[in-house]
Design a protein around this ligand. Structure first.
Ligand SMILES: [Zn+2]
Ligand SMILES: [Zn+2]
Length: 150
């Protein structure tokens, strides 16, 4: 029986190799908006032949096909989201976690001047998550900015 991920790949004309299917499955199964490196680390134990280059190329392929969102939430690395439905993102600048939030149904569309054709709009916020905001004042530590496992 073909997996749902394999079907989604075929529907976009992408050959459903086992590695591609597992990468799409991985993104469908997490809410953490992982980086390519995190995805690689998560799948390498079960896919010994997987390379970082394959992960990067596969993510680029998926993003181009609209299967995943590539989020440029900070300048250091892209994060990936298997949920392509409209929603906003909040990145905690202290722990690096990325949270989803719903967009208000009555959100006003961007006020673009005539001649612009909108294809994608994103709402990306930065601040402190509840856990970090409740932490001790002045707890900003450089090592806390590194991505954490969950
Ligand atoms: Zn935080
Ligand atoms: Zn998201």
């Amino acid at each position: 029986m073909m997996s749902e991920s394999a079907g989604r790949l075929l529907a976009r004309g992408i050959k459903p190799s086992p590695q591609r299917v597992r990468i799409l499955d991985y993104l469908a199964g997490v809410k953490t908006h992982p980086s390519a490196e995190t995805i690689y680390q998560g799948l390498a134990p079960e896919l010994p032949t997987l390379s970082r280059t394959t992960v990067y190329n596969t993510l680029r392929l998926f993003a181009g096909a609209g299967l995943v969102l590539q989020l440029l939430l900070d300048e250091t690395e892209a994060r990936y989201d298997g949920d392509t439905s409209p929603h906003g993102h909040f990145r905690c600048r202290r722990c690096g976690r990325v949270f989803d939030f719903p967009l208000a149904a009555d959100s006003a569309p961007p006020r673009l001047r005539a001649g612009f054709r909108l294809e994608r709009a994103e709402l990306n916020c930065v601040g402190l998550c509840p856990a970090c905001a409740a932490g001790p004042a002045g707890a900003d530590r450089p090592e806390a900015l590194a991505p954490r496992g969950e």
